[in-house]
Design a protein around this ligand. Structure first.
Ligand code: NAD
Ligand code: DAU
Length: 356
């Protein structure tokens, strides 16, 4: 049995990942550590409450004392680090928490894992690590900044993040790299494109648009809606993370993407058409500050070296996702109440409506 600490396991990707891993592999014990911020929802994992090889711990990755105790009380073999502040718009209005959680939190985890896994020193003074140790950092394609009309991000594209969120992820990503270069700590970094699927918090484009369309509310499209994202179903991201965890070469970075570039406005129109709603619901609003125009991933490395490829087309994935939100209206209703509604007013209340 391999014990894996998953951080941020109550969030969108984390909760899908925990379920995916417990379903696919019988040799994992999973400890899910999550602070349960506005984005963490334990209800996503309510069906795992009685699962023997699963444990939830509420805690903050920036709490060094707690993280030290977590590693000393549990024999953790590997870490998949997802916990983060993840929403670009929030990072524009309140960058500080992004630096604290995403940068300092990652450094605390790296330190605690390094201490717990060190067995001694080699002849050059580098630490030696327990067999099978691995720190997998779930980074993002946003660390590369934006693309023009042509080209794809590869693993050697220079890091040039634009938003406070992307910069905090790039800083954490480079810290993980540094722990490999300086201490030879066994790490992998994955840089994935935009995910969609069940349990995504409805502040992100796809669940927000589905939810507003269901409720017959306006759909706020930033700027001209021609920004391009490379969409990947979350279950394909989960399978890619597991592929890297099991077969990734120590110290390597792997890009993950869906080969599926779409302009925002086309995604929004597709959602409206699938729900049988009018395009009159589309409302063009003031653009996001510093809005990256285009992201697109070159998957060649993970495909050629590890044999992973996406299994789900966007057309299949989006249909399944829309159905999930329709069938889980209660989940959506609960998530959209309280803090989320305050946030919504703060975020959209002051945006000027451009198309009346
Ligand atoms: P999310 O916002 O849905 O979930 C983040 C989780 O982290 C939440 O459960 C939250 O409670 C937890 N968390 C926040 N601060 C914490 C802290 N201090 N201590 C412990 N837990 C804390 O995010 P997501 O969309 O599921 O993304 C997960 C990871 O994947 C993030 O690191 C993100 O940068 C990365 N990523 C996301 C995407 C995407 O499209 N969603 C794409 C590429 C990479
Ligand atoms: O590329 C990976 C990244 O994808 C992850 O690292 C981030 O955690 C994740 O949030 C996501 O970032 P984006 O900014 O691309 O996702 P978001 O869903 O916020 O926005 C997608 C696009 O849709 C973007 O061009 C902004 C636009 N948008 C978004 C919202 C919320 C709108 O036009 N209207 C909206 O209301």
């Amino acid at each position: 049995m391999t014990t894996i600490l998953v951080t941020g396991g109550a969030g969108f990707i984390g909760s899908n990942l925990v379920k995916y891993m417990l379903n696919e592999y019988k040799d994992y014990k999973i400890i899910n550590l999550d602070l349960l911020t506005y984005a963490g929802n334990l209800e996503n994992l309510s069906d795992l409450e009685d699962t023997e090889n699963y444990k939830f711990i509420k805690g903050d990755i920036t709490d060094r004392e707690l993280m030290t105790r977590l590693f000393s009380e549990n024999q953790i073999d590997q870490v998949i680090h997802l916990a983060a502040e993840s929403h670009v718009d929030r990072s524009i209005t309140d960058p500080e928490i992004f630096i604290k959680t995403n940068v300092l939190g990652t450094q605390v985890l790296l330190d605690c894992a390094k201490s717990a896994w060190t067995t001694g020193k080699d002849e050059w003074g580098y630490p030696t690590f327990i067999e099978g140790a691995k720190f997998l950092f779930v980074s993002t394609d946003e660390v590369y900044g934006e693309l023009g009309k042509e080209g794809l991000f590869t693993e050697v594209t220079p890091i040039a993040p634009n938003s406070p969120y992307a910069t905090s992820k790039a800083s954490a990503d480079l810290l993980v790299r540094a722990y490999n270069k300086t201490y030879k700590m066994p790490v992998n970094i994955t840089r994935c494109s935009n995910n969609y699927g069940p349990y995504q918090f409805p502040e992100k484009l796809i669940p927000l648009m589905i939810s507003n369309a269901i409720d017959h509310k306006t759909l706020p499209v930033y700027g001209d809606g021609m920004q391009i994202r490379d969409w990947l179903h979350v279950k394909d991201h989960c399978s890619a993370i597991c592929t890297v965890l099991r077969a990734g070469k120590d110290g390597e970075v792997y890009n993950i993407g869906g080969n599926n570039e779409k302009a925002n406005i086309d995604v929004v129109k597709l959602i409206l058409s699938a729900l049988g709603k009018s395009e009159n619901l589309i409302t063009y609003v003031t653009d996001r500050l510093g809005h990256d125009r285009r992201y697109a991933i070159d998957n060649t490395k993970i495909t050629n070296e590890l044999g992973w490829k996406p299994s789900c087309t966007f057309e299949e994935g989006i249909t399944e996702t829309i159905e999930w939100y329709i069938n889980n209206a209660n989940w959506l209703k609960k998530v959209r109440s309280g803090e989320y509604m305050n946030y919504y007013t703060r975020m959209y209340g002051s945006r000027e409506v451009l198309n009346g």
